[in-house]
Design a protein around this ligand. Sequence first.
Ligand code: KG4
Ligand code: ZN
Length: 307
Amino acid sequence: MVPELAGRAHLQQIIPVTDAALQKAQISLPEIDAVAFTQSPGLIGSLLVGACFAKSLSLALAKPLIAVHHMQAHVLANLIPEEKPSFPFLCLTVSGGHTQIVQCNAPGNMEVIGETIDDAAGEAFDKTAKLLGLPYPGGPLIDRYAKEGNPFAYSFPEPQIPGLNFSFSGLKTAILYFLQNAGKSAIYKEIFTATEAEKKDFIQEHLADICASVQQRIVSILLNKLKKAADQTGIKQICIAGGVSANSGLRNAFTAMGIQNGWKTFIPPFEFCTDNAGMIAITAYYKFLENDFVSLDAVPSARSSWA
Ligand code: KG4
Ligand code: ZN
C-alpha cells in the first residue's frame, strides 16, 4: 500500500462511491439524518479526504457530523445482523493493523483488555504470504491454499506472552528460518541454507501444507488468548471482527470453540469483516441516538489512543 496513492484514489472515488450508495439505498441527500466519517486510526491522506468531504456535506445539508473510531466500528459490525450479542460481550478484533480483545459494555463503552505487542494477525498473514512469493494482501490467498493442506504438516512455535497480549513477530522469524532451510529438520539448520531455486521448489511443492500450518498456528494463538479472556471475565457472548475474521480457518475453529465452551458466538457477515462503510454507519447510528456529534473543527489522526 502506497499512502500517497491511496489518498489520491480516495479523492477520485469518494463522489462516485457516495452517488452509488445513495442510488443503491434509494434515498436522496436531503433525506439522510447525519454524516459520519472515520476519524482514526488509518492512513492520514485517506482519512483527510473522508473528513473534508463529510464536513462539507454536513455543512451544506445542515446535518450533524459524527466522528467514528475505525476499530470500534469493526467491533460494532457485530450489531448489523438481526441476531446481535447482548452486553457485555467480548470481541476479538483482528485486522491488518490491529489485534485486540475488546470488552464491549455498551455501544459507546469499550475497553481493550489485550492487544498485540508487535505485529498484527493480518500482518502475520501478509508477511508470510510475501515470504512465499504471494501478492498483497496475502491473507485471503493463504486461506485458499490452506484448504488443500495439512495443518499439522509443520509445527511453528506458539509465543509465551503473559496475560491477554499477543505477539506475532517470533512466528514471522520462525517462518523465515524455516524457508531459509527449505523445510530441513532442525539438525540441518546450522549447516543447510537453501539456494533461492531450492527454496522456490520447496515452496511450490509444499505450498498448501505450509499455508495450512501457518494458518493453524495464527488461529491457535488468537483463540487460546480469547479463551483465556472469556475464562477471566466470565463473559460468554463472544464475537470476532476485522479483516482476518473473514478467514475460514478462524471462523470454523472459533465456532467449534464456542460450542465446546458454551459460548454464544457471533461473526459479522463476510462483507462486514474487511473494511466497509456499513460498520461506520452502524457505529454512527448508535452515536446519533446519544447525540454524540462533533463540530467542524474535528481533526482526523493516523494513530489514536482508544477513544
Ligand atoms: O480490517 P481490514 O480489512 O483492514 C484493516 O483495518 O487493516 O483487514 C485487512 C487484513 C489484511 O491483513 C488481510 O490479509 C486480512 O485482513 N484478511 C485475511 C483474510 N481476508 C482478509 N486474512 C486471512 N484470511 C482471510 N480470508
Ligand atoms: Zn479495518
